[in-house]
Design a protein around this ligand. Structure first.
Ligand code: AMP
Length: 414
């Protein structure tokens, strides 16, 4: 099937064609007709499946063709809630790309940056609002947002909203929407809390289900190097300098590790930046933009970038550290091999990480081919991670009394 067989209006078809797509992905094929028909949707799909266009295209079409817009009033008629700033930006950019031939206005609001430009956009009038729940509630409380004209409400990444504790914010927003709105709920997984939420919020929904997490994994060529912790940087530089890997997203376990690896790569003449939770939203977005348009070739990140981020055509993901949670591996490597493209994921595993690596292999249900190099550990054995150093605390003066009865002078206070 092709997009032109999907009853989409020509401004949308032109924009889709300009974006380089001719055939819908499975989630788009299944979702678009139902949304156009006004049905509620319960979508089980992760990012990377083409989910954004699956809701953006029919929403744009409905807003552009239904009567409300005729008198050119810009009131919020579609609301998309998503858990992270990066996802919000991405969804916003998609609406701008697909809607570029339509007289509709989209705005995005999220926390961590000044609210002033966001308030300005809201007060000049918009049709589509993409938002994270916290900032949206803030601006609602300040009287800048009126949701009484919303016709379509999208709750994106519902499972993650729950994980991140945003459901309370979402539940404050829902009663402000008209009761006859159309609602689309998307979630990568369907734990019972999401099912309950769906039952609460959706009216007779159509369920669409595509691409379970594992199929992204299947499309990605994976390998693992067993190396000691101290050889990881040498191996990374060897891959970047000598093995033809010119663009890569590198994941580290800690923020400190991300900075350290990025500094080291930079010292070796490779353009790189680090993103993690200690960087401001502006710095994170700037680094991501530079990576996307090729001004830097390596982006070093903590798991903050593991979910949702869309970097089209990203060829390599390198796990400098094995993630502590096996599921993070799936999300990390899902940054490559997106929308049918091939990708490669390479993992560096040292002895302390072997236990975590076994959990990853168990989750993905296969053993990943082992790559060897001159630094390979030949008989890797699982060792316990180093325990935290024993810390000795000085007792406050008055209790540092030999006769205190708490162990006397030789007691070490751990
Ligand atoms: P999403 O799941 O919305 O994050 O989309 C993942 C990636 O697929 C993005 O880079 C989209 O631009 C791309 N994409 C969306 N629709 C299509 C399509 N029909 N064919 C190929 N790629 C697409």
């Amino acid at each position: 099937m092709l997009f032109k067989e999907m009853n989409l209006i020509s401004p949308l078809l032109k924009a889709v064609e300009k974006a380089g797509y001719s055939a819908p992905t499975p989630i788009q094929k299944e979702t678009i007709p139902h949304v156009l028909n006004g049905r509620d949707i319960l979508g089980c799909a992760q990012t990377g499946t083409g989910k954004t266009a699956a809701f953006a295209l029919p929403i744009l079409q409905k807003l552009a063709t239904s009567g409300e817009n005729k008198n050119n009033k810009h009131v919020i008629r579609a609301l998309i809630l998503t858990p992270t700033r990066e996802l919000a930006m991405q969804i916003y950019e998609n609406f701008v790309i697909y809607g570029k031939n339509l007289p509709l206005r989209t705005a995005v609001i999220f926390g961590g940056v000044s609210q002033n430009p966001q308030v300005k956009a809201l007060t000049t009038g918009i049709d589509i609002l993409v938002a994270t729940p916290g900032r949206l509630n803030d601006l609602i409380n300040q009287g800048f947002v009126n949701l009484s004209s919303v016709e379509t409400f999208v709750l994106d990444e519902a499972d993650r909203m729950l994980d991140m504790g945003f459901i309370r914010d979402v539940k404050k927003i829902v009663p402000l929407l008209p009761s006859d709105k159309q609602m689309l709920l998307f979630s990568a997984t369907m734990p019972s809390e999401v099912e309950t939420l769906a039952l609460d919020l959706l009216a007779d929904p159509v369920t669409v289900k595509v691409t379970p997490v594992s199929s992204t994994v299947d499309r990605t060529e994976q390998s693992v190097y067993f190396v000691s912790k101290s050889d990881k940087t040498t191996l990374l530089l060897d891959l970047l300098n000598n093995k033809g890997i010119s663009t890569a997203l590198v994941f580290t376990r800690t923020k400190y590790g991300a900075d350290q690896v990025s500094r080291l790569i930079e010292k070796n003449g490779i353009k790189t930046m680090a993103i993690h939770g200690n960087k401001s939203q502006i710095a994170r977005q700037a680094a991501l933009d530079k990576f996307k348009d090729g001004r830097i070739s390596v982006l070093v990140a903590t798991d903050i970038a593991a979910r949702g981020i869309d970097i089209s055509g990203l060829p390599y993901v390198i796990n400098y550290n094995v993630p502590e949670e096996a599921e993070s591996y799936v999300h990390r490597i899902g940054r490559t091999g997106r929308a049918g493209l091939d990708g490669t994921a390479i993992t560096f595993c040292c002895e302390e990480e072997l236990g975590n690596w076994r959990s990853v292999e168990k989750l993905i249900g296969k053993s990943v081919p082992v790559q060897t190099c001159e630094w390979s550990l030949t008989d890797i054995k699982e060792v316990a991670p180093p325990s935290a150093p024993i810390r000795y605390y000085k007792m406050p003066r008055k209790s540092r009394n030999r006769n205190s009865g708490r162990g006397g002078r030789n007691r070490k206070y751990v």
